[in-house]
Design a protein around this ligand. Sequence first.
Ligand code: FES
Ligand code: FE2
Length: 412
Amino acid sequence: MIDRDHIRRLLTERREGFSLPQAFYVDEAMHEADIKAVFETEWLFACSACEIPKPGDYVTLEIGTNPVVILRDRDGGIRAFHNSCRHRGSRICAKAKGRATRLVCPYHQWVYELDGSLLNARQMPADFDRGGYGLKPAHVEVICGIVYLCLAETPPDITRFRQAVTPYIAPHMPDRTKVAFEKTIIEEANWKLVIENNRECYHCAANHPELLVSLVEFALPDDPLGPAQFQELIARKTAKWDDLGLPHQPADGGNEFRCIRLPFHEGALSFTMDGGSACNKLLGDFTDPDLGSVRMFRAPNNWNHFLADHIIHFRVLPLSAGRTALRTTWLVHEDAVEGVDYDIKRLTEVWTATDAQDAELAAVNHIGIRSMAYRPGPYSPSEFMLTHFTNWYAGKMQNFVGTPSPMRIAAE
Ligand code: FES
Ligand SMILES: [Fe+2]
Protein backbone atom coordinates (compact mmCIF):
# COMPACT_ATOMS: atom_id res chain seq x y z
CA MET A 1 0.00 0.00 0.00
CA ILE A 2 1.24 3.48 -0.85
CA ASP A 3 2.23 5.45 2.26
CA ARG A 4 2.53 9.10 1.25
CA ASP A 5 3.99 10.17 4.60
CA HIS A 6 6.73 7.57 4.23
CA ILE A 7 7.54 8.81 0.72
CA ARG A 8 7.61 12.42 1.99
CA ARG A 9 10.11 11.45 4.68
CA LEU A 10 12.30 9.62 2.15
CA LEU A 11 12.26 12.63 -0.15
CA THR A 12 13.39 14.80 2.74
CA GLU A 13 16.23 12.37 3.45
CA ARG A 14 17.32 12.28 -0.18
CA ARG A 15 20.58 14.05 -0.99
CA GLU A 16 20.93 15.63 -4.41
CA GLY A 17 23.82 14.09 -6.35
CA PHE A 18 23.48 10.78 -4.49
CA SER A 19 21.72 7.56 -5.44
CA LEU A 20 18.22 7.25 -3.98
CA PRO A 21 17.28 5.85 -0.59
CA GLN A 22 16.87 2.07 -0.70
CA ALA A 23 13.07 1.93 -0.57
CA PHE A 24 12.74 3.77 -3.89
CA TYR A 25 14.43 0.85 -5.62
CA VAL A 26 13.17 -2.20 -3.77
CA ASP A 27 9.73 -1.65 -2.18
CA GLU A 28 6.70 -2.99 -4.02
CA ALA A 29 4.66 -0.11 -2.56
CA MET A 30 7.11 2.28 -4.19
CA HIS A 31 6.60 0.49 -7.50
CA GLU A 32 2.88 1.22 -7.15
CA ALA A 33 3.68 4.84 -6.35
CA ASP A 34 5.98 5.07 -9.39
CA ILE A 35 3.21 3.83 -11.64
CA LYS A 36 0.75 6.37 -10.23
CA ALA A 37 3.14 9.30 -9.92
CA VAL A 38 5.19 8.83 -13.08
CA PHE A 39 3.82 6.30 -15.54
CA GLU A 40 0.16 7.28 -15.31
CA THR A 41 0.92 11.00 -15.55
CA GLU A 42 3.85 11.49 -17.94
CA TRP A 43 4.41 11.26 -21.65
CA LEU A 44 5.92 7.84 -22.34
CA PHE A 45 7.78 6.61 -25.37
CA ALA A 46 5.49 3.90 -26.79
CA CYS A 47 6.53 2.77 -30.28
CA SER A 48 7.31 3.94 -33.81
CA ALA A 49 4.59 5.01 -36.20
CA CYS A 50 6.15 2.70 -38.81
CA GLU A 51 5.14 -0.29 -36.68
CA ILE A 52 1.50 0.43 -37.52
CA PRO A 53 1.61 1.63 -41.14
CA LYS A 54 -1.90 0.58 -42.29
CA PRO A 55 -5.42 1.19 -40.91
CA GLY A 56 -6.20 -1.44 -38.31
CA ASP A 57 -2.56 -2.13 -37.44
CA TYR A 58 -2.08 -2.09 -33.70
CA VAL A 59 0.46 -2.63 -30.95
CA THR A 60 -0.30 -3.26 -27.30
CA LEU A 61 1.63 -2.47 -24.16
CA GLU A 62 1.02 -2.44 -20.43
CA ILE A 63 1.66 0.59 -18.26
CA GLY A 64 1.55 -0.86 -14.75
CA THR A 65 -1.90 -2.42 -14.54
CA ASN A 66 -3.16 -0.54 -17.60
CA PRO A 67 -3.34 -2.47 -20.86
CA VAL A 68 -3.27 -0.05 -23.78
CA VAL A 69 -3.73 -0.48 -27.53
CA ILE A 70 -2.24 1.96 -30.05
CA LEU A 71 -3.64 1.73 -33.57
CA ARG A 72 -3.84 3.35 -36.98
CA ASP A 73 -7.41 4.49 -37.67
CA ARG A 74 -9.19 4.57 -41.03
CA ASP A 75 -8.07 8.15 -41.71
CA GLY A 76 -4.40 7.31 -41.16
CA GLY A 77 -4.29 8.88 -37.69
CA ILE A 78 -2.71 7.23 -34.67
CA ARG A 79 -4.91 6.73 -31.63
CA ALA A 80 -4.51 5.07 -28.26
CA PHE A 81 -7.20 3.44 -26.14
CA HIS A 82 -7.33 1.68 -22.84
CA ASN A 83 -7.46 -1.97 -23.88
CA SER A 84 -10.34 -2.67 -21.51
CA CYS A 85 -13.84 -3.54 -22.69
CA ARG A 86 -16.66 -1.21 -21.66
CA HIS A 87 -18.95 -4.20 -21.03
CA ARG A 88 -17.30 -5.92 -18.07
CA GLY A 89 -13.73 -4.85 -18.51
CA SER A 90 -12.07 -7.73 -20.31
CA ARG A 91 -8.82 -7.01 -22.11
CA ILE A 92 -9.68 -6.85 -25.81
CA CYS A 93 -6.50 -7.17 -27.89
CA ALA A 94 -4.31 -9.96 -26.55
CA LYS A 95 -1.44 -9.99 -29.04
CA ALA A 96 1.61 -7.74 -28.86
CA LYS A 97 0.79 -6.55 -32.38
CA GLY A 98 -1.63 -7.34 -35.15
CA ARG A 99 -4.12 -6.01 -37.66
CA ALA A 100 -7.88 -5.83 -37.19
CA THR A 101 -10.71 -4.28 -39.17
CA ARG A 102 -12.51 -3.77 -35.86
CA LEU A 103 -11.68 -4.57 -32.26
CA VAL A 104 -13.76 -7.46 -30.97
CA CYS A 105 -13.81 -8.33 -27.29
CA PRO A 106 -13.11 -12.07 -26.86
CA TYR A 107 -15.53 -12.39 -23.91
CA HIS A 108 -19.00 -11.50 -25.25
CA GLN A 109 -17.96 -10.06 -28.62
CA TRP A 110 -18.74 -6.40 -28.23
CA VAL A 111 -17.37 -4.78 -31.38
CA TYR A 112 -15.52 -1.45 -31.48
CA GLU A 113 -14.66 0.74 -34.48
CA LEU A 114 -11.06 1.87 -34.97
CA ASP A 115 -12.09 5.27 -33.60
CA GLY A 116 -13.04 3.56 -30.33
CA SER A 117 -16.81 3.85 -30.74
CA LEU A 118 -18.96 0.86 -29.81
CA LEU A 119 -20.40 -0.52 -33.03
CA ASN A 120 -22.25 -3.56 -31.85
CA ALA A 121 -23.21 -5.07 -28.49
CA ARG A 122 -25.15 -8.22 -29.21
CA GLN A 123 -28.20 -9.19 -27.17
CA MET A 124 -28.29 -5.84 -25.40
CA PRO A 125 -31.75 -4.20 -25.19
CA ALA A 126 -33.00 -2.25 -28.19
CA ASP A 127 -32.82 1.02 -26.27
CA PHE A 128 -29.20 0.44 -25.10
CA ASP A 129 -27.21 3.61 -25.72
CA ARG A 130 -24.01 2.47 -27.45
CA GLY A 131 -22.81 6.08 -27.62
CA GLY A 132 -21.99 6.05 -23.92
CA TYR A 133 -19.72 2.99 -24.12
CA GLY A 134 -16.85 3.80 -26.46
CA LEU A 135 -13.31 2.78 -25.52
CA LYS A 136 -11.61 5.21 -23.17
CA PRO A 137 -9.00 7.12 -25.18
CA ALA A 138 -5.46 8.00 -24.07
CA HIS A 139 -3.42 10.90 -25.40
CA VAL A 140 -1.01 10.36 -28.26
CA GLU A 141 1.64 12.67 -29.69
CA VAL A 142 3.67 11.75 -32.77
CA ILE A 143 7.02 13.50 -33.12
CA CYS A 144 8.79 12.73 -36.42
CA GLY A 145 7.24 9.27 -36.48
CA ILE A 146 7.92 8.52 -32.81
CA VAL A 147 4.79 7.79 -30.78
CA TYR A 148 4.45 9.13 -27.26
CA LEU A 149 1.57 8.13 -25.03
CA CYS A 150 0.08 9.76 -21.94
CA LEU A 151 -2.58 8.25 -19.68
CA ALA A 152 -3.22 11.43 -17.70
CA GLU A 153 -6.57 13.17 -18.14
CA THR A 154 -4.65 16.39 -18.80
CA PRO A 155 -1.19 15.63 -20.15
CA PRO A 156 1.86 17.79 -19.45
CA ASP A 157 2.94 20.12 -22.24
CA ILE A 158 5.28 18.34 -24.64
CA THR A 159 5.75 21.31 -26.98
CA ARG A 160 9.18 22.31 -25.66
CA PHE A 161 10.48 18.79 -26.22
CA ARG A 162 8.97 18.59 -29.70
CA GLN A 163 10.43 21.92 -30.77
CA ALA A 164 13.85 21.22 -29.29
CA VAL A 165 14.43 17.74 -30.73
CA THR A 166 12.79 18.01 -34.13
CA PRO A 167 15.71 19.80 -35.87
CA TYR A 168 18.09 17.04 -34.68
CA ILE A 169 16.02 14.01 -35.64
CA ALA A 170 13.93 15.18 -38.62
CA PRO A 171 16.89 14.86 -41.06
CA HIS A 172 17.03 11.13 -40.20
CA MET A 173 13.37 10.86 -41.34
CA PRO A 174 12.19 8.36 -38.73
CA ASP A 175 8.76 8.43 -40.39
CA ARG A 176 10.30 6.80 -43.48
CA THR A 177 11.73 3.77 -41.72
CA LYS A 178 10.70 0.20 -40.98
CA VAL A 179 11.46 -2.12 -38.10
CA ALA A 180 14.29 -4.46 -39.05
CA PHE A 181 14.35 -6.19 -35.67
CA GLU A 182 12.98 -5.86 -32.18
CA LYS A 183 13.75 -7.65 -28.98
CA THR A 184 12.39 -7.47 -25.45
CA ILE A 185 14.41 -8.61 -22.47
CA ILE A 186 13.30 -8.74 -18.85
CA GLU A 187 15.82 -7.19 -16.49
CA GLU A 188 15.94 -8.26 -12.85
CA ALA A 189 16.23 -4.71 -11.61
CA ASN A 190 14.16 -1.69 -10.72
CA TRP A 191 13.33 0.48 -13.75
CA LYS A 192 15.20 3.46 -12.25
CA LEU A 193 18.40 1.39 -12.18
CA VAL A 194 17.90 0.53 -15.84
CA ILE A 195 17.56 4.24 -16.61
CA GLU A 196 20.45 5.25 -14.34
CA ASN A 197 22.67 2.68 -16.00
CA ASN A 198 21.84 4.19 -19.38
CA ARG A 199 22.52 7.75 -18.30
CA GLU A 200 26.23 7.28 -17.68
CA CYS A 201 29.19 5.75 -19.45
CA TYR A 202 31.35 5.57 -16.32
CA HIS A 203 30.82 1.81 -16.57
CA CYS A 204 31.46 1.47 -20.30
CA ALA A 205 35.22 0.91 -20.43
CA ALA A 206 35.10 -2.16 -18.20
CA ASN A 207 31.89 -3.63 -19.58
CA HIS A 208 31.14 -2.77 -23.22
CA PRO A 209 33.96 -3.80 -25.59
CA GLU A 210 31.57 -4.11 -28.56
CA LEU A 211 29.92 -0.73 -27.99
CA LEU A 212 33.21 1.09 -27.57
CA VAL A 213 34.39 0.08 -31.02
CA SER A 214 32.29 3.07 -32.15
CA LEU A 215 30.91 4.96 -29.16
CA VAL A 216 32.93 7.73 -27.57
CA GLU A 217 32.46 7.60 -23.80
CA PHE A 218 32.21 11.34 -23.36
CA ALA A 219 28.77 12.89 -23.11
CA LEU A 220 29.59 16.52 -23.84
CA PRO A 221 31.68 18.20 -26.54
CA ASP A 222 33.67 20.07 -23.89
CA ASP A 223 33.91 17.13 -21.47
CA PRO A 224 36.80 18.01 -19.12
CA LEU A 225 37.84 14.34 -19.09
CA GLY A 226 38.09 14.28 -22.90
CA PRO A 227 41.69 14.11 -24.19
CA ALA A 228 43.03 16.58 -26.76
CA GLN A 229 42.39 13.94 -29.42
CA PHE A 230 38.65 14.05 -28.56
CA GLN A 231 38.56 17.84 -28.76
CA GLU A 232 40.21 17.66 -32.18
CA LEU A 233 37.69 15.03 -33.32
CA ILE A 234 34.80 17.16 -32.11
CA ALA A 235 36.12 20.26 -33.88
CA ARG A 236 36.52 18.45 -37.20
CA LYS A 237 33.16 16.61 -37.13
CA THR A 238 31.11 19.55 -35.93
CA ALA A 239 32.57 21.75 -38.70
CA LYS A 240 31.30 19.19 -41.20
CA TRP A 241 27.88 18.96 -39.53
CA ASP A 242 27.62 22.73 -39.62
CA ASP A 243 28.20 22.59 -43.37
CA LEU A 244 25.49 19.95 -43.67
CA GLY A 245 23.10 22.02 -41.53
CA LEU A 246 22.86 19.31 -38.86
CA PRO A 247 22.50 20.66 -35.30
CA HIS A 248 24.86 19.10 -32.77
CA GLN A 249 25.16 21.34 -29.69
CA PRO A 250 23.38 19.94 -26.60
CA ALA A 251 19.72 21.00 -26.51
CA ASP A 252 18.64 22.55 -23.23
CA GLY A 253 16.34 19.85 -21.89
CA GLY A 254 16.99 20.51 -18.19
CA ASN A 255 16.25 17.42 -16.14
CA GLU A 256 13.59 16.25 -18.57
CA PHE A 257 15.32 15.43 -21.84
CA ARG A 258 18.57 15.47 -23.72
CA CYS A 259 19.44 15.73 -27.39
CA ILE A 260 22.93 16.05 -28.84
CA ARG A 261 24.92 14.84 -31.82
CA LEU A 262 28.29 13.33 -30.96
CA PRO A 263 30.89 11.71 -33.20
CA PHE A 264 31.95 8.10 -33.20
CA HIS A 265 35.62 7.18 -32.94
CA GLU A 266 37.64 8.20 -35.97
CA GLY A 267 36.83 5.81 -38.80
CA ALA A 268 33.71 4.34 -37.13
CA LEU A 269 30.39 4.90 -38.88
CA SER A 270 27.87 2.79 -37.04
CA PHE A 271 27.22 0.35 -34.19
CA THR A 272 28.86 -2.72 -35.70
CA MET A 273 31.61 -5.03 -34.50
CA ASP A 274 34.11 -3.43 -36.90
CA GLY A 275 32.67 0.09 -36.87
CA GLY A 276 31.64 -0.09 -40.55
CA SER A 277 28.14 0.66 -41.80
CA ALA A 278 25.25 -1.59 -40.76
CA CYS A 279 22.99 -0.66 -43.66
CA ASN A 280 24.06 0.42 -47.15
CA LYS A 281 20.88 2.40 -47.72
CA LEU A 282 21.23 5.55 -45.66
CA LEU A 283 18.31 7.23 -43.93
CA GLY A 284 16.50 10.23 -45.35
CA ASP A 285 18.48 12.12 -47.97
CA PHE A 286 21.85 11.42 -46.39
CA THR A 287 24.80 10.73 -48.66
CA ASP A 288 27.47 10.87 -45.93
CA PRO A 289 27.58 7.76 -43.69
CA ASP A 290 29.77 9.49 -41.11
CA LEU A 291 27.33 11.46 -38.95
CA GLY A 292 28.06 10.03 -35.51
CA SER A 293 24.78 9.71 -33.66
CA VAL A 294 22.08 11.89 -32.21
CA ARG A 295 21.70 10.71 -28.66
CA MET A 296 18.25 11.56 -27.39
CA PHE A 297 16.28 10.64 -24.33
CA ARG A 298 13.30 11.85 -22.43
CA ALA A 299 12.42 11.02 -18.84
CA PRO A 300 11.08 8.66 -17.75
CA ASN A 301 11.31 5.70 -20.05
CA ASN A 302 13.57 5.71 -23.05
CA TRP A 303 16.68 6.56 -25.00
CA ASN A 304 17.45 6.60 -28.70
CA HIS A 305 20.32 6.76 -31.17
CA PHE A 306 19.86 8.25 -34.65
CA LEU A 307 22.70 7.34 -37.00
CA ALA A 308 23.19 7.89 -40.72
CA ASP A 309 22.16 4.31 -41.50
CA HIS A 310 19.77 3.24 -38.73
CA ILE A 311 17.86 4.28 -35.64
CA ILE A 312 17.60 2.43 -32.33
CA HIS A 313 14.84 3.00 -29.77
CA PHE A 314 14.96 1.65 -26.24
CA ARG A 315 11.74 1.49 -24.20
CA VAL A 316 11.66 0.83 -20.47
CA LEU A 317 8.49 -0.34 -18.69
CA PRO A 318 8.42 -1.40 -15.03
CA LEU A 319 6.84 -4.77 -14.23
CA SER A 320 7.43 -4.80 -10.47
CA ALA A 321 9.90 -3.28 -8.02
CA GLY A 322 12.58 -5.71 -9.19
CA ARG A 323 11.64 -6.46 -12.80
CA THR A 324 11.71 -4.26 -15.88
CA ALA A 325 10.96 -4.86 -19.55
CA LEU A 326 13.42 -3.34 -22.01
CA ARG A 327 12.37 -3.35 -25.65
CA THR A 328 15.01 -2.50 -28.26
CA THR A 329 13.91 -1.66 -31.81
CA TRP A 330 16.25 -1.32 -34.80
CA LEU A 331 14.88 0.76 -37.68
CA VAL A 332 16.30 1.06 -41.20
CA HIS A 333 15.22 2.97 -44.31
CA GLU A 334 11.79 1.78 -45.44
CA ASP A 335 13.23 0.70 -48.81
CA ALA A 336 16.26 -1.13 -47.42
CA VAL A 337 16.25 -4.81 -48.31
CA GLU A 338 17.34 -7.45 -45.82
CA GLY A 339 20.18 -9.57 -47.17
CA VAL A 340 21.01 -6.89 -49.73
CA ASP A 341 21.35 -3.62 -47.82
CA TYR A 342 21.65 -5.00 -44.31
CA ASP A 343 22.15 -8.16 -42.35
CA ILE A 344 20.16 -8.58 -39.11
CA LYS A 345 23.04 -10.07 -37.15
CA ARG A 346 25.47 -7.32 -38.16
CA LEU A 347 22.85 -4.63 -37.47
CA THR A 348 21.91 -5.89 -34.03
CA GLU A 349 24.86 -7.68 -32.44
CA VAL A 350 26.50 -4.68 -30.76
CA TRP A 351 23.41 -3.53 -28.88
CA THR A 352 22.22 -7.09 -28.23
CA ALA A 353 25.51 -7.65 -26.43
CA THR A 354 25.38 -4.22 -24.76
CA ASP A 355 21.79 -4.70 -23.55
CA ALA A 356 22.76 -8.06 -22.02
CA GLN A 357 25.79 -6.53 -20.30
CA ASP A 358 23.70 -3.65 -18.97
CA ALA A 359 21.00 -6.05 -17.77
CA GLU A 360 23.61 -7.93 -15.76
CA LEU A 361 25.00 -4.69 -14.30
CA ALA A 362 21.52 -3.46 -13.33
CA ALA A 363 20.61 -6.83 -11.79
CA VAL A 364 23.78 -6.92 -9.72
CA ASN A 365 23.19 -3.30 -8.72
CA HIS A 366 19.69 -4.24 -7.56
CA ILE A 367 20.94 -7.19 -5.50
CA GLY A 368 23.49 -4.98 -3.74
CA ILE A 369 20.95 -2.25 -3.02
CA ARG A 370 18.81 -4.77 -1.12
CA SER A 371 21.61 -5.13 1.43
CA MET A 372 21.09 -3.79 4.97
CA ALA A 373 24.43 -2.05 4.44
CA TYR A 374 23.24 -0.02 1.44
CA ARG A 375 23.39 3.74 1.82
CA PRO A 376 22.94 6.22 -1.05
CA GLY A 377 26.31 6.88 -2.70
CA PRO A 378 27.71 9.92 -4.52
CA TYR A 379 27.54 10.27 -8.28
CA SER A 380 30.79 11.04 -10.09
CA PRO A 381 30.93 14.22 -12.24
CA SER A 382 30.57 11.99 -15.31
CA GLU A 383 27.25 10.81 -13.85
CA PHE A 384 25.67 14.26 -14.05
CA MET A 385 22.72 12.87 -16.00
CA LEU A 386 21.83 10.71 -13.00
CA THR A 387 21.54 13.85 -10.93
CA HIS A 388 19.19 15.20 -13.61
CA PHE A 389 17.15 12.01 -13.60
CA THR A 390 16.86 11.61 -9.84
CA ASN A 391 15.98 15.30 -9.46
CA TRP A 392 13.30 14.89 -12.11
CA TYR A 393 12.00 11.76 -10.41
CA ALA A 394 12.01 13.36 -6.96
CA GLY A 395 10.02 16.25 -8.40
CA LYS A 396 7.39 13.89 -9.76
CA MET A 397 7.15 12.06 -6.43
CA GLN A 398 6.93 15.34 -4.54
CA ASN A 399 4.00 16.40 -6.74
CA PHE A 400 2.38 13.06 -6.09
CA VAL A 401 2.64 13.12 -2.30
CA GLY A 402 2.12 16.86 -1.95
CA THR A 403 3.11 18.70 1.21
CA PRO A 404 1.52 17.80 4.52
CA SER A 405 -0.88 20.28 6.07
CA PRO A 406 0.62 22.64 8.74
CA MET A 407 -1.32 20.82 11.47
CA ARG A 408 0.18 17.58 10.34
CA ILE A 409 3.70 19.03 10.35
CA ALA A 410 3.13 20.29 13.89
CA ALA A 411 1.98 16.83 14.96
CA GLU A 412 5.04 15.24 13.42
S1 FES B 1 -16.36 -8.02 -21.30
FE1 FES B 1 -16.11 -7.45 -23.36
S2 FES B 1 -17.92 -8.14 -24.29
FE2 FES B 1 -18.16 -8.69 -22.24
FE1 FE2 C 1 25.86 0.30 -20.44
